[in-house]
Write a protein that binds this ligand. Structure first.
Ligand code: FEO
Length: 445
């Protein structure tokens, strides 16, 4: 039988009795006091139905989304070692109700049950920050059940929602940057944030509540029983992985979004993946750092080796760099979680790709790593290539061409024939010296 994890705080609205938790001060809500399960929720458990968990993050502001504990891949590409969440929020004030984003279609029933649990019989506004289906995929069902709702979004999001979900023209209420709507006594201001990773995204700021709803921005793929970023070290790591995999190619745009929200009074940042930030400084400072031009005294070393020669070169270079006080992050590509590789690229000053040749070109695992690195556009300043070949090929030319998005200075590759000799190891010593010298030039070593 399912047991409520320790520390869960459940806001349960019993439809029959109308019993509900009274409005609380924010600090109480953030401290997540334990609230007993309602009779309705207990019945849900008894009959094996979907569990219903609704939590109040501020008076009349509810988290009504879903936790996806089991999802292990996003976009059939991004590993999710810790699952994810699809956060949806409900604001009720006077007679007006706004739903902020929906959930992935796989979790539709959980959102609908949560809305039932809160007793929602009418939704005036559905604020769609972002048209990607993990947040928008349940909009058609909401429109079916609550036909009066207007979908509030950017004009570009409207185009994508029509394209991807075939939503009718009459359902939309497009808004411009800075536009506001009122939900009871609360003012919702929309802040355009294009290219968080899609072109149509916006954020919502509620001044009276000092909440910033940010959809993907500041998110993390982290399923958990804690609604809040209480374990800050864990959430930081998860948010960094998320930034690396999804946002890093757009860091210039994200920097401008950070400028745009810098002067807002923000007590809570509520993203649409992962925990809510009751201490926004945690994630705001992290994003300032990640999107800055600062690099660290680190070398990322994705490698693949078929018969051990390239592996010997990698092992030697790792030792030589460590001896010079440089942090090294080697990734054995056929066994690597690409999310870990992406995360390592956020701060590193230098990337060295190591590969043997296969059919005259680089090993396909190295091609994949080079393609991914190029697509993620990390802020690295230097790059090089090492590897061993049998009878020639164009490994260096191919990998160099594949890194054409990066603004890096190439350091002379060390590419050798067969098993490395003392002379080859000396060349790797030279490469380590050059990397150290470059890091010193930019003041990080
Ligand atoms: Fe979480 Fe870009 O969707």
């Amino acid at each position: 039988m399912f047991r409520l994890p320790a520390g869960w705080s459940i806001i349960s609205l019993n439809l029959k009795t109308g019993l509900k938790r009274s409005n609380r001060a924010t600090s109480e809500a953030v401290n997540s006091p334990k609230i007993p399960l309602s009779k309705r929720a207990q019945d849900s458990h008894k009959h094996g139905r979907t569990k219903v968990f609704v939590r109040e993050i501020k008076p009349k502001v509810y988290a009504v989304g879903a936790v996806d504990w089991d999802r292990r891949l996003f976009d059939e590409l991004i590993p999710l070692p810790d699952g994810t969440t699809y956060n949806s929020y409900l604001l009720r004030c006077s007679n007006t109700t706004a739903l902020i984003d929906t959930v992935d279609p796989a979790k539709e029933s959980e959102l609908l049950n949560n809305l039932k649990q809160v007793g929602v019989d009418k939704i005036d506004y559905l604020i769609s920050h972002h048209a990607e289906q993990d947040h928008s995929g349940t909009i058609p069902k909401i429109l079916e059940l609550y036909p009066e709702v207007k979908v509030v979004c950017t004009p570009k999001a409207k185009q994508y929602l029509q394209l991807l979900l075939h939503i009718g023209e009459d359902k939309f209420m497009p808004v411009e940057d800075g536009d506001t709507i009122t939900v009871g006594h609360k003012t919702l201001r929309f802040i355009y944030a294009p290219w968080v990773h899609w072109p149509e995204t916006m954020l919502t700021y509620v001044k009276e509540l000092q909440i910033l709803f940010t959809c993907d921005l500041f998110g993390s793929h982290l399923a958990g029983s804690d609604l809040y970023a209480t374990d800050e070290a864990r959430v930081y790591t998860s948010a960094k992985r998320y930034y690396a995999e999804i946002m890093m190619p757009f860091k210039k745009n994200i920097k401008s979004h950070l400028e745009k929200i810098r002067d807002l009074d923000i007590e809570i940042i509520a993203p649409s993946h992962g925990p809510i930030y009751p201490r926004p400084k945690l994630i705001l400072d992290a994003y300032e750092d990640w999107t800055s031009d600062n690099v660290k005294n680190q070398v990322v070393l994705p490698f693949v080796s078929m018969h051990g020669s390239t592996a010997k070169m990698v092992s030697y270079l790792v030792d030589a760099l460590v001896e010079r006080g440089i942090e090294v992050m080697p990734f054995n590509l056929p066994r690597t979680d690409i999310g870990e590789l992406a995360m390592s690229l956020v701060d590193a000053a230098t990337i060295v790709i190591a590969a043997p040749t296969v059919l005259t070109g680089p090993h396909p695992a190295a091609v994949y790593a080079a393609y991914l690195t190029n697509a993620l556009r990390p802020k690295a300043r230097f790059a090089s290539i090492i590897g061993s070949y049998g009878w020639g090929g164009k490994m260096v030319d191919t990998i160099t061409m594949m890194l054409n998005n990066l603004k890096v200075e190439m350091i002379d590759p060390v590419v050798i024939k067969g098993l490395p000799t003392e002379e080859d190891f000396a060349a790797l010593t030279g490469l380590a010296d050059q990397i150290l010298a470059k890091h010193k030039e930019i003041g990080i070593a």
